[in-house]
Write a protein that binds this ligand. Structure first.
Ligand SMILES: [Zn+2]
Ligand SMILES: [Zn+2]
Length: 273
């Protein structure tokens, strides 16, 4: 299984268009899409599904049933609200067929504009995707408490005293960590005020050659020639391209990506093949 190190995070999984996409960042206890479910993903507690194309959610029955069989609490699965009922229906039927009863699972429908707190200090902002079926993108932020500016010059003792007296001395700030675009023809830069500051951007790049420009447009995917004008707006330290069409060999992908992207982008662009 491919591994990609991005600072303190390791991306694990696979992503190949129409085959399967599943990417785990264990350090954040989350998985983006679950087209298949490797056994070592079972213990990860948060799963964010971008849309209901089979190669992005087909691993869910394995994830749910393996946790159920192991006596683990259900994981937290987030899916676009548009397919929520149909998905529950499918899972209930599979679980009845498999176990004669319901596995018990936890699925939360999400839609653009929602903010979902998870773990102790993370929040997932749901952004609008632009794909051939209803889809969402995710922006994961860390929530931190920061001392209000008016209290910055106080001593430790004075701050403790204020806190004890019930004064709210901190503001909440959010640090944009990871944006996962899922399958999409693009992303609106103002989908969230922190989007372009994310530390890691995971961006689909399904098509790379000029003969597939029309196909990318028709199937609502990004084409490599759209990336320079998109990426220039992102301050991200790491940009990971995923979801390449299986028409292309890894050698061709590498060659075309680094030929078509400006040299200034090369150091931060990584391929998830
Ligand atoms: Zn896909
Ligand atoms: Zn898709």
């Amino acid at each position: 299984m491919p591994l990609l190190q991005c600072g303190n995070w390791v991306l694990e999984g696979k992503s190949s268009s129409a085959v399967a996409t599943y990417i785990r960042i264990k350090e954040l206890d989350l998985i983006f899409d679950l087209g298949r479910c490797p056994m070592n993903f079972i213990g990860t507690n948060h799963v964010f599904i971008s849309h209901f194309h089979l190669d992005h959610y087909f691993g869910l029955p394995i994830y749910i049933s393996q946790r159920w069989l192991a006596g683990m609490p259900p994981g937290n699965i987030y899916v676009p609200s548009s397919g929520f009922k149909q998905l529950k229906n499918i899972l209930d039927r599979i679980s009845t067929l498999d176990a004669g009863r319901n596995w018990g699972y936890q699925i939360t429908p999400v839609e653009a504009g929602n903010s979902i707190p998870f773990r102790q200090n993370l929040v997932a902002h749901i952004l609008t995707g632009n794909h051939s079926v209803p889809a969402v993108s995710y922006l994961i932020c860390e929530v931190r408490k920061k001392l209000k500016p008016e209290y910055r010059d106080l001593s430790g003792r004075e701050i403790v005293a204020l806190k004890r007296s019930g004064v709210e001395i901190t503001n909440e700030v959010q640090l944009p960590l990871v944006a996962y675009l899922g399958d999409t023809r693009g992303i609106s830069l103002d989908a969230h005020p922190l989007l372009t500051q994310c530390k890691l951007l995971i961006c689909e790049c399904t098509f790379i050659t000029s003969e597939h420009r029309e196909r990318a447009k028709k199937t609502k995917h990004l084409h490599l020639d759209m990336l320079p004008s998109l990426l220039e707006h992102f301050e991200s330290e790491y940009i990971v391209l995923n979801h390449f069409s299986r028409r292309y060999t890894p050698e061709l992908i590498r060659q075309e990506v680094f030929k078509q992207l400006p040299a200034s982008e090369h150091a931060r662009v990584h391929l998830f093949l």
